[in-house]
Each structure stands twice: as structure tokens, then as C-alpha cells.
Design a protein. Sequence first.
Length: 287
Amino acid sequence: MSQHIKTLLVFITFLFFGCTTDPTPSIEEEFNIPVGVKEPLIFEYLIHDVEGIVFNMLYSLHERDKGQANTHIAFNVFSGRGTCANQTLDADGNELVLDFSVGCIDDSERLRSGIIKINYTDPEDGIGNMMTIHLNQFKINNLELDGSLSIENVSTVNSGDEKGYSISFSNLSLNVNTETSSFTGNRQIHYEKVDGNVFETTELTYLTSSNFSFTLQNGNEYTVSTPTALSHAFSCWQGYTYFPFSGKQIIEGNNSPTEIEYIGCDYTFEFKTADDEIWRFDLNAIL
């Protein structure tokens, strides 16, 4: 198996956080999450999901197009997130379409629907490869993301063990429970495989950093920055938790800045207000 293929077996992403600190605050239900905090967290969750599908399915369909057996699927922790879609690959036109139609259930028991169309310039994903992702009513359960984003391979060397990507987006539309918000900004990814000879003990560095602004349906505007890169663990992915285990983000808007710290592998997260008040929330009811 080529080094390029081995890398892609462990190279896909997904986003978020969990937490435990002392003293332990009580866990609030999702509907109590403050406005201006819930939206960017769900956006990060969805855009991270899209990244995972794009990288995984481009490889999977490229393999099938060459007439090779899809033998890696049992060893790919992201293999089931997009495979329930109807897949169409135009190898000559460099276009991949994933059509979830009115809905299909993925490997994490979530209902997916809508269409993802991917256009790319280099099927081997070398330096400078440009990918344009079109999302048409793409939904996970009741969370919907619409619009386009661009992904560029900005690696400094053509290596299967180390890659860098820059993602940009403008006016991506997020719909949560009939409430719509708009997101514009960028995201950076750095991936480096340390050891992947044995699947179960794979070690890698996967860092993400997002900086974006968003506008809520009521017109309120916010910004999100990432002062400390979010770090992802392969062991979390193996446990079907595709979120970061460390890193910080700052949300600024109408009120004082809110600091979010990622410190675990589940759907619970904590944030700290400007008054150093710590709150803990559970996103399970939304996701």
C-alpha cells in the first residue's frame, strides 16, 4: 500500500471538546447555552464533519475508479460518515458528488441529507491542489449548512506524512431549529503522522485553527479567534468522538469575551466569562 494511501487512512478530521475541572459546575441543558456561543460551536462541528467527508471520500472513490478493492474500510475511523450517500465520480472532470438524498443513517446513527459537490484540480492532492466544496441543504439531523468553501493544499513539501491546508468561506449559512446565521472566515489545518505502522497505536499531530465572524438572525455580530491551536487525538476518533482534546477559542460580540477551552473527548464543554465564571454545557441534545 502506498505511503499516500496509508496517510489518508488516518488523515481526516473532526472537531470539538469535552471537560472536567474542579470545582465541577453543574451541567446545563443545551437550550440554556447562551446566544452567540451555541452557533459557532455547531458551525465548527459541521465544518469539521465536511472536512472529514471530503478527504475520506475523495480517496475512497479515487481508489474505486482505478478498479482497486476498497480493502481499507475496516481500518478507517471515518469510513462510515459519507458512505451512505449515492456517490458519483467524474474522473475526467475532477468532480465528486455525494448525494444523501432525503436521508440516510451514518455509522454514528445520525441522519444525513442533502448534497455535497467537490471540485478539485489534482486527484493526487499535491501542493497547490484547490478544492471547492458546494453544500446544498447538507444536514446532520436538524443541523443544516449551505454555501461554498475552498480548501487549498498549502504544504511546504510533497509528503504523505505531513500536510497543510487552508480553508476559506464566505456567507456560509447555518440553520439550527429554524434560526439562520451567516459565517465568513478561514481555517488552517496542520497534519503530521508520527507513527502509523500499527493501526490501533497510530500517533499523529492534527492541529486546527479557525478565525471567523458570524451574524445571527437578529443582526448581532460576533468574532471567533483561536489563540491556542486545537489538537485532535486519534484515540478520540477511535471512540467515535471526533473533537479536539485541547486548545482554546475566544468569542467576542455584544457582551464581554467568552473563552472556550477544549479538554476532553465528549460532547460536554466549558466556557469562562470575562468575570471568570465557569459554565458547563452538554451539546448532545442538539447533535
